[in-house]
Design a protein around this ligand. Structure first.
Ligand SMILES: [Zn+2]
Length: 96
């Protein structure tokens, strides 16, 4: 029982502030695919090795602006390419 009280005390003292800070930083990361400086469309970048799982876990995505040549971090959004691929009819060559 003493250990639970001690853990709760440290969560209120330090853990809650860290948790609230992390939530605030996450919410400050832009969610749309438009550049914050020039409003151009951002292109998704391939993640370097090692950070793929971490960024996927945090639901973040690195993106590149073609206009101002700047890399930025955005919250992961559903890519339009996968939805478009399912909607388009596939023309398959006939083999005889
Ligand atoms: Zn830009």
């Amino acid at each position: 029982m003493m250990l639970v009280d001690f853990g709760l005390f440290f969560f209120v003292l330090l853990g809650s502030k860290i948790l609230l800070g992390m939530i605030a930083v996450y919410l400050l990361i832009p969610r749309d695919a438009a550049c914050t400086l020039c409003d151009a469309e951002l292109l998704p970048l391939q993640h370097p090795r090692g950070t793929i799982r971490l960024l996927r876990l945090l639901r973040l995505q690195r993106r590149w602006c073609m206009e101002c040549r700047r890399e930025s971090l955005t919250r992961r959004m559903a890519s339009a390419v996968t939805g478009q691929r399912a909607a388009l009819p596939v023309a398959e060559p006939r083999i005889r």
